[in-house]
Design a protein around this ligand. Structure first.
Ligand SMILES: NC(=O)C1=CN([C@@H]2O[C@H](COP(=O)(O)OP(=O)(O)OC[C@H]3O[C@@H](n4cnc5c(N)ncnc54)[C@H](O)[C@@H]3O)[C@@H](O)[C@H]2O)[C@@H](O)CC1
Ligand SMILES: [K+]
Length: 510
C-alpha cells in the first residue's frame, strides 16, 4: 500500500535515508530535479521555452537542478530566483553555482518573457516547507504563473503546488494550480485529499533514493492510500464446493414507511457483494414494500409501532441469532430511545456491526453507548453526520477530516469511514487510509445505503475490520467510476452502483 507522508515524516525519511543508506542529501535533490526536468520536457510543445521559478528553500534547489538538466538537453531556459537570495539553503546555493557554470544566471521574474502555448513553467517556489500565505513578491510570482497558464502555458509543480499546504491539502490564497505535480519520494496529503488534489493536476510520484516503504516514519498518524490490489486481494475465493452458508448471513435493520427503498438498497448491495443470505428486520407495515423490491430479500417484522426503542431489543436479539453481520440505520424510525437500544444491542451480541445514517444520529446523543459493544463496530458517517457525532459544524469536520476521523476511531475503539470526496477509513490506534475511487456523480441519495450494504456483506463473509471497510469503500467508488462512464456524472443514481459492483467483481475475479 502506498504511504502518504506529512512534512515532518518526509524530513524523517530524508534523515533515515542519510543515516541508514548513506544517501547524501545533495543526491536526493539531484534525483528530484532530474525527474522534475523530465516531467517539464514531457509537457512542452515543439520549440517551447522553459521558465523556472525558484524559491528560497530546498524546493527552489530542486528547480535549479531541473533548470540545469533542461539546459544540458539543449532547451531554451530562463530561471528566476524569487525572494532573498541571501537566504538560500546550502544545497540550493551549490546548485545555483552549478547552474551558473552552465552559463545561465537567474533574473528577476518581473523581467521574464511572457509564456504561452507550448511553453512550460516550473513552479519551485515552495514545497513542504511552506509556513504561511505567500505575500509580496511571492504572491506576485504565483499570480504571474496563473496568467501564463491562462495564456496556454503548462505548469509543472515541484513536489507541491506553491501555496498549497502539504499536510492539510488546504490552499492559501494565492496558490499555484498545476497541470502536473511531481511528488518526490512519497505522496503527501496535499496530493491525495481535496481540495489540494484538484490543484495538483496529474500527480507523478518519483523515486529519489529515500528507500521506499522500508523507511519507516514514526511521528504522528500513519497515512496510506488504498490501492486496488489491496482491495482485490481481500476478497474471499468462491470455492466450487461452497454453499450459501459459506458466505454469511447479513441482518439489515433499516427502512420505514416512505423509506423502504433505503432498506432495499442496503439488502441488495449486500446480496450483490457476495453475502449468502440477507434478512431485513423492519416495522411490519414497511416490510412487504421492502421485500417487494426483490425476491432474494428475506424479512422479519418488528412488532410494535413508531420509533425503534428499548421495546425492540428482544426481537432484534432474536433476529440476530445465526447472523454474521449487522447493518443498522438507513431509513429507521428514530426516537428518544433509539440510541440506548443500539447500545444494549451491541452490548449483547458479538457480530460485527455497521452503523449508518439515523443509527449514527441516534448514538450521537450519547456516544458512550458504543464503548459497551462486544463485537467490532464500523461507523460510516457523511460529514453532516460526523458533525453531529463530534458536536461541531460540518465545515469544521471538512477542515480537519483526518484528525476528526482518527480521534473518533481511537476514542471509541471503532473503525470510522468518513465519507465524501476521498473517503477516509480510520482505525483505532493511528492508521488512516485514503480512498482514491469515486466521483461527484455519487453525490445522490442512496449511495451511502449501498456502501453500508457492501460493508456488511464483506464482514459477513469473514473479512475483518478495518480491511473489510477499505475494500468496500474502494469497490463502491470504483463501481461509481465504472457506471459514470455509462450514465455520466449527472445521470448516475444509487441503484446503478448495484450494476457497477458487478463490473468490479468481474474485474477482480479475473
Ligand atoms: N525531504 C526530502 O527528502 C527532500 C526534499 N526536497 C525538497 O525540499 C522541499 C522542502 O524544502 P524546505 O524545507 O527547504 O522548504 P521549502 O523549499 O518548501 O520552503 C522553505 C523556505 O521558504 C520559506 N517560507 C515558507 N513559507 C513562506 C512564505 N509564505 N513566504 C515566504 N517565505 C516562506 C521558509 O522560511 C524557508 O526558507 C520539498 O518540498 C522538496 O521539494 C528535495 O530536494 C529532495 C529531498
Ligand atoms: K512547488
Amino acid at each position: 500500500m502506498q504511504r502518504v507522508l506529512t512534512a515532518v515524516q518526509m524530513r524523517e525519511a530524508e534523515k533515515a535515508a542519510q543515516d541508514q543508506h548513506g544517501m547524501p542529501s545533495g543526491l536526493l535533490m539531484e534525483n528530484a530535479g532530474r525527474a522534475l526536468a523530465e516531467a517539464a520536457r514531457s509537457l512542452a510543445g515543439p520549440g517551447g521555452r522553459f521558465t523556472v521559478l525558484c524559491g528560497p528553500g530546498n524546493n527552489g534547489g530542486d528547480g535549479l537542478v531541473a533548470a540545469r538538466f533542461l539546459l544540458e538537453g539543449g532547451a531554451r531556459v530562463v530561471v528566476s530566483l524569487v525572494g532573498d537570495t541571501g537566504k538560500l539553503t546550502p544545497e540550493a546555493k551549490r546548485n545555483l553555482q552549478a547552474l551558473e557554470g552552465f552559463g545561465e544566471s537567474p533574473r528577476a521574474f518581473e523581467v521574464l518573457p511572457e509564456a504561452g502555448p507550448g511553453d512550460v513553467v516550473v513552479d519551485a517556489l515552495f514545497g513542504t516547507g511552506l509556513k504561511r500565505a505567500p505575500e509580496g513578491v511571492f504572491a506576485d510570482a504565483i499570480g504571474t504563473v496563473a496568467r501564463w497558464r491562462r495564456a496556454g502555458a503548462k505548469v509543472v509543480a515541484a513536489d507541491v503546488p506553491s501555496g498549497l499546504q502539504s499536510d492539510t491539502a488546504e490552499p492559501f490564497s494565492p496558490c499555484v494550480e498545476a497541470d502536473v505535480t511531481v511528488a518526490f519520494g512519497f505522496v503527501k496529503p496535499a496530493h491525495e485529499l481535496e481540495p489540494g488534489a484538484s490543484l495538483c493536476g496529474d500527480v507523478r510520484r518519483v523515486d529519489i533514493g529515500l528507500g521506499g516503504e522500508s523507511t519507516r516514519a514514526v511521528s504522528g498518524a500513519e497515512l496510506f492510500r488504498v490501492e486496488e490490489k489491496d482491495a482485490r486481494d481481500a476478497l474471499p475465493k468462491r470455492r466450487a464446493d461452497s454453499h450459501k452458508g459459506t458466505y454469511g448471513h447479513v441482518l439489515v435493520v433499516a427502512g420505514s414507511p416512505g423509506k423502504t427503498g433505503a432498506a432495499a438498497m442496503v439488502a441488495l448491495a449486500a446480496l450483490r457483494s457476495g453475502a449468502g443470505l440477507v434478512t431485513v428486520a423492519t416495522r411490519a407495515e414497511a416490510l412487504p414494500w421492502v421485500m417487494a423490491h426483490s425476491p432474494e430479500i428475506m424479512g422479519v417484522p418488528l412488532p410494535g409501532e413508531g420509533p425503534l426503542g428499548k421495546g425492540d431489543l428482544e426481537a432484534l436479539k432474536a433476529a440476530l441469532e445465526g447472523k454474521d453481520a449487522l447493518v443498522m440505520g438507513p431509513g429507521i424510525p428514530r426516537g428518544p430511545e433509539t440510541g440506548a437500544l443500539i447500545g444494549d444491542l451491541l452490548a449483547s451480541v458479538e457480530v460485527p456491526a455497521v452503523l449508518d445514517a439515523d443509527a449514527l444520529n441516534a448514538v450521537a446523543e450519547d456516544l458512550t453507548v458504543l464503548r459497551r459493544a462486544k463485537g467490532p463496530v464500523l461507523l460510516t458517517p457523511h460529514p453532516g453526520e460526523m458533525a453531529r457525532l463530534w458536536g461541531r459544524t460540518t465545515k469544521d469536520v471538512q477542515a480537519h477530516r483526518v484528525g476528526v476521523a482518527l480521534n473518533m476511531a481511537t476514542s471509541l475503539n471503532v473503525t470510522v469511514v468518513l465519507k465524501g470526496s476521498r473517503t477516509l477509513i480510520a482505525e483505532a490506534g493511528g492508521r488512516v487510509y485514503i480512498n482514491p475511487t469515486g466521483n461527484a456523480g455519487m453525490a445522490t441519495g442512496g449511495t451511502g445505503d449501498v456502501l453500508s450494504g457492501v460493508c456488511g456483506s464483506l464482514l459477513a463473509q469473514g473479512i475483518p475490520l478495518p480491511r473489510a471497510a477499505r475494500t468496500a469503500v474502494y469497490a463502491h467508488g470504483l463501481a461509481g467510476d465504472l457506471m459514470a462512464q455509462q450514465r455520466g456524472l449527472m445521470g448516475l443514481i444509487a441503484t446503478d452502483l448495484l450494476v457497477g459492483l458487478g463490473h468490479v467483481w468481474v474485474r477482480w475475479e479475473r
